[in-house]
Design a protein. Structure first.
Length: 376
């Protein structure tokens, strides 16, 4: 039994584990923290727990809270140093706020700060999985945020939408609920009077991407509709549903789920845990462009052979994650390569029988074995 409607997110039998993402613009208003609104949301999370659902919160707001305390301009986003300093101060306030409000509902909060590398490195990803599982088993509600006090532009998620989807993968969640400042995905810019809400999406196509406007209207957050669609793609790899609802209203979860107001992204497949992790990676060391024959073979479940490779881009080593692209640049898959970039460049376009002479040693059966390949 899978998730097919927004109301299913409130059913523990269908959605036993839910990730809820809350953005900066919802937590913080013109006059400071929106405590009354947040208390109402926490009551909804407590209700979810009472009906038997595990709940994980992915919460923004540390930079904005810290910037207010330190008096930093531009909400703390004027420079990387400002953002890191604001986050260091704001994480204390953010964790304290969640702990206080959850305690009022008889719940225990646990803080988990993650960087991109924590979920890109396989061993650290499994550590995060174990920690999340143990916290939930112990009855706590993990409150997750990106560790902005140490993250740099090169090693950041950059938005908590994609972080929420990766956390959902790690936690083996059933669904991700993104609280936004709009009702969901519209077929065009929601400022257009002719815009219509899209209630259900099955598969992120170029036409769906074209509907996204990008950018945040609040000036506080870093995500827009584009990042939410990217999060839906990450969730889809693991067979996880994702919903976008309007979080600005009181009791936003009940309003959206009871009234079916929002956009639900229904997963089309369920990849194994390792391949879901690989397909959801955001940092790749290089790219291999393949011909039409190789692209067709990959879609049929084959390994990537050198004969089908047209170009090799980037510098990478054996075991690194790379993108596999078609001739127009569309990413077909992520994979862990069996050769470094120099050897891949040497072997590209060559038949398997030539490899031993070119390399000077016994070759491996494929550039990327199908067991190390995640189709997108």
């Amino acid at each position: 039994m899978g998730i097919t409607a927004l109301s299913d997110l409130a059913k523990s039998a269908i959605c036993p584990r839910l990730v809820v993402k809350v953005g900066s613009a919802l937590l913080i208003g013109a006059d400071g923290t929106r405590r009354a609104w947040l208390a109402g949301l926490v009551a909804e999370l407590a209700a979810a727990r009472a009906r038997g659902q595990d709940v994980i919160v992915v919460s923004s707001g540390a930079i904005a809270l810290g910037a207010a305390k330190l008096g930093l301009p531009k909400g703390g986003r004027g420079s990387l140093a400002d953002a890191q300093a604001a986050a260091a101060v704001g994480q204390i306030a953010l964790a304290g706020l969640w702990a206080e409000l959850l305690a009022a509902e008889g719940l225990v909060a646990a803080q988990l700060l993650l960087t991109l590398e924590d979920l890109e490195d396989r061993r650290r990803y499994l550590n995060a999985t174990a920690t999340l599982g143990r916290l939930l088993d112990a009855g706590a509600i993990p409150v997750v945020n990106e560790n902005d006090s140490v993250a740099t532009r090169e090693i950041r998620f950059g938005d908590n939408d994609r972080l929420a989807a990766r956390v959902a993968q790690a936690a083996q969640a059933s669904a991700v609920l993104l609280l936004s400042d709009v009702e969901g995905l519209y077929d065009r810019d929601p400022a257009d009077a002719a815009a219509r809400l899209v209630p259900v999406v099955k598969g992120i196509t170029p036409a769906i991407h074209a509907m996204a406007t990008g950018g945040s209207t609040s000036g506080l957050g870093s995500g827009g509709m584009t990042s939410k669609l990217q999060a839906a793609e990450i969730a889809d790899l693991a067979g996880i549903a994702l919903a976008i609802i309007n979080g600005t209203k009181d009791s936003p979860i009940a309003r959206a789920l009871d009234g079916s107001i929002g956009t639900l992204f229904v997963p089309r497949r369920k990849t194994g845990a390792r391949k879901a992790w690989l397909g959801g990676r955001l940092r790749l060391k290089g790219a291999l462009t393949v011909d039409a024959g190789a692209a067709k073979a990959l879609a049929g479940g084959s390994s990537l052979l050198a004969a089908g490779i047209l170009t090799v881009d980037g510098e990478f080593r054996r075991g690194d994650a790379v993108a596999v692209c078609d001739k127009v640049g569309r990413v077909l898959a992520h994979g862990l390569v069996e050769y470094d970039s120099a050897d891949c460049a040497m072997l590209r376009g060559r038949q398997s029988g030539e490899h031993a002479a070119l390399l000077g040693y016994a070759p491996r059966p494929a550039i990327i074995h199908r067991d190390q390949l995640a189709l997108l």
